[in-house]
Write a protein that binds this ligand. Structure first.
Ligand SMILES: Cc1cc2nc3c(=O)[nH]c(=O)nc-3n(C[C@H](O)[C@H](O)[C@H](O)COP(=O)(O)OP(=O)(O)OC[C@H]3O[C@@H](n4cnc5c(N)ncnc54)[C@H](O)[C@@H]3O)c2cc1C
Length: 480
């Protein structure tokens, strides 16, 4: 152990409150010693100030105390950490960029927080195989940058790209703006390397592109939210980087009108994104960002449509827009700066909402034909629940994924969650489209997933993690 590690630990022995924040006066933490032996003292954080950035999630709605934070630098260290934690009977919460929105990546009850951010290596893209291998802690932006150098792109894109990590994105099966074209994160992952609960390493990075030999373990880890294994590296498929883009923002008379436009837009061959937002969200974004009104008039709903390819996208989009009716209010952009400006109205929703307060966030998906009815019903039920509540709805309309954000209520008002999730169930939806279940939604999983499905999930969890060491309390509801 280095001198600085000893100094750091002694200072925490004096200042920290009792376990689960470890280092009670006169009590040494042998697990911390073991972890320092694995990663070095600089990467075992024990002081409240040092741990705090890892203990509250992006929404500020979910937080808890960790026993300590450990930051491994490679897969071997992750495996050794898991063994040390198992020996000490400690439970573990994996964390990537901490941009998750469902309370799944922050500690709850004195767990060891394993931050994967140092696993940030990104290998050069292989242009022949159109693939790239990245560490779990690499941000999406850094992977996009490397892919672009080879004329390629990642099929998933999110507004949180500068912080969200590949491991976190696989663990949540992240979606984003291009799901309509390329599918969610699960569809981008060719293979993973992951450390299992017994410390063994599953290495599936180099398999053939097509294999039907047995269970799809890589696919299973996508969406597992850190409850089955800790992902340390991933091989991602890449798609051609579009060289030509055109974006249109269209005013719509209501959600149903926007969804009818979205249905027509789905036939566009170079369609890359279809996004929906409403007047309430636009007003919030404009007051947050100072952006001017995007269209000549104000509209109850807005649809953003992007086409991308290797040429002709403006003509394709223009032909579609001409067919949408003569009196449409539309802004079209081809120039990169103008495209970014139109996207900003949609992409700044999450940040503008966070700046306005701590929101109850519902990332849900609905059958396309029922989405407009659902949005109206959810608005009405939230208003009936509390006149103080205001609802901002936006999302990836092309795939039926909407984000309902309720502002104006206490962060611990669980009744509102019940109100909204019951409307989701009534309309035949899913309580999570792309953010995962986390701790935020696990108690409502039964509303949209049958007892048989939940029992099968429990059996998988039991097989991978019989001692319940990995991310306890996430995804699956507590058993009665
Ligand atoms: C402004 C903004 C916009 C967003 N837009 C979108 C969007 O369009 N679509 C979308 O899907 N999400 C979106 N998100 C949510 C978030 O960015 C995603 O959920 C992302 O996938 C989380 O990645 P992360 O690295 O931050 O994971 P974290 O928040 O650190 O963790 C998320 C979950 O994954 C687990 N985990 C993390 N790393 C690993 C690992 N290596 N191995 C095993 N488990 C792990 C954690 O335990 C936790 O359960 C947005 C968030 C913000 C703040």
């Amino acid at each position: 152990m280095t001198l600085s590690g000893i100094t750091q630990r002694l200072s925490h022995q004096r200042t920290r409150p009792p376990y689960p924040n470890c280092f009670t006066s006169g009590v040494t933490d042998s697990l911390a010693d073991a972890l320092i032996g694995i990663v070095g003292s600089a990467h075992v954080l024990t002081g409240p100030d040092m741990c705090a950035p890892y203990e509250t999630d992006w929404t500020r709605r979910f937080s808890g105390r960790s026993r300590l934070v450990v930051r491994p630098g490679d897969a071997g260290q992750v495996a050794a950490i898991i063994v040390a934690c198992a020996d000490a009977g400690a439970r573990v919460v994996p964390q990537g960029g901490n941009t998750g929105l469902v309370g799944g990546g922050v500690p709850r009850d004195g767990e060891v927080l394993v931050s994967l951010r140092r696993l940030e290596d990104v290998a050069d893209a292989d242009p022949v195989a159109a693939r790239l291998v990245a560490g779990a802690g690499a941000t999406l932006a850094s992977v996009q940058h490397t892919a672009r150098a080879a004329g390629l792109a990642v099929g998933v894109d999110l507004a949180s790209r500068d912080s969200a990590t590949i491991g976190g994105m696989i663990a949540t099966n992240a979606g984003g703006i291009h799901v309509i074209r390329y599918g969610p994160m699960r569809a981008q992952v060719l293979g993973v390397e992951a450390v299992l609960a017994d410390g063994s390493t599953l290495s599936l990075l180099d398999g053939p592109l097509h294999s039907s030999a047995g269970y799809d373990l890589t696919g299973l880890l996508a969406g597992s939210e850190g409850t089955l294994a800790i992902i340390t590296r991933a091989a991602l498929r890449l798609v051609p980087e579009p060289t030509d883009r055109a974006v249109a923002l269209i005013g719509a008379s209501d959600t149903a009108d926007a969804m009818a436009l979205a249905a027509a837009a789905r036939a566009l061959p170079s369609l890359d994104a279809i996004e929906l937002f409403h007047d309430s969200g636009l007003a919030l974004v404009r007051s947050y960002s100072g952006l001017a009104a995007p269209l000549e008039r104000d509209w109850p709903a807005y649809l953003l449509v992007e086409c991308a390819g290797s040429g002709g996208t403006f003509d394709e989009l223009s032909a579609f827009l001409t067919g949408t009716g003569a009196d449409r209010d539309i802004a079209v952009a081809v120039d990169p700066q103008e495209r970014r400006r139109l996207w900003a109205y949609r992409e700044q929703h999450t940040e503008a909402i966070a700046a306005a307060g701590i929101a109850h966030k519902f990332d849900v998906s609905l059958p396309l034909s029922r989405l407009a009815g659902f949005v109206a019903a959810a608005d009405a039920r939230v208003a009936a629940h509390s006149p103080q509540a205001s609802t901002i709805t936006f999302g990836h309309a092309g795939v039926g994924n909407v984000h309902i954000n309720v502002l104006g209520l206490a962060p611990d008002d669980a009744h509102i969650d019940d109100v909204v999730f019951r409307v989701v169930a009534e309309y035949g939806g899913s309580i999570s489209a792309e953010h995962g279940v986390g701790t935020a939604k696990r108690d409502w999983l039964h509303l949209t997933h049958s007892a048989v499905e939940i029992a099968a999930m429990r059996a998988v969890k039991q097989a991978f993690d019989p001692k319940g060491m990995l991310n306890p309390g996430v995804l699956l509801p507590a058993q009665a």
